[in-house]
Write a new protein. Sequence first.
Length: 355
Amino acid sequence: MTSKLVAVSHIEKVALGLREHAHAVIKNILMMSDISTQELQHAMKQLSRQGRVALHFHPDRIDNRGLTVLQGLLRDGIYKSQFETHISNGQLSPELGGPRDHWENQLFGNHYSGIKSRPKYGALDLGLCPLGPAPRFGSCYFLTHSQVLTRCTFSYMDSYRLPKEKGTLSCFDAILAALLSESFERCYALGRQPLKPRDIISHMASEAQSLVAARFEKNSLGNLDHYIEAQIHGDVSLADDISYLVADPCFKDTDTEEYFNQLCSDYQITLCWHKGLTLNSEHIPTDFRGAGMPVLAKQIAIDEVIDARIIGIEAARLQKQPSSWSERGAQAKKIQELKLLWHVLVKFGKPKETD
């Protein structure tokens, strides 16, 4: 049995151990929310038939070959893990024995080794936000075909935190229980408020039949931390596994847009655009991601405004800039600060006003 199958089987065994308690939680919330078992079953059937995973990325970051992410995708035809690209929009640790390797071993029962064929990290997409379910990891995102769900494992929130709620599509009970519990207790889940259990069930039942374009009429959520993480096991082929590319409009009329068009043409992917985010550098708070954020924003802003492309220009400049050993610590710190500035933009940014 391959590593990916063993890893999926490992998570499923863990999820089976959580099933009895999860069933009790779900049953109680359905009763308290006046939701029938038949409604839940229909919603889950729709999810399994039409659900997607979103894979977020910044298209203009530079990989270990000196290519932008988008150029690398176009050349390779596959979506790679940070172990291969040496870039990440989360914690970067692409070395064996490092923090990511350690937590993947914990998560998947030590069934992965080496660099290649590692799981790819995304988020279950329910169409709640035009920016995607986990925009902290990139301004653009792919949406997979539904069949990819069968080789996914899931965790409720980021697996870096090693949450106890894990599962697969066929053993989704613990994830669903956590989702319904949060929405029942807080009237909030996955970045959206208000959101009650009935809203979730109704949305799951209907979203699968909605056009992807329908999400772009919704407001962005400023959501950074609340998502159902999906770990895709095995290669992610652009030709076989990807249905849509949703791009940030700040890249329109640039070389990046030309690459988007070429990639979508070569791999028969539908290109869509969300409304994007901009933020005036004068409106950067000091009490979210650090007091240095306003200073950094003013340094890189164009016409006193930041967006994903402007942050990317500075990130690319730093990555291309030769540095001595003594300068590399400061360079890594600046790149990390740019990641945090992107978080600020996701949290507080608004779509650019059009004439």
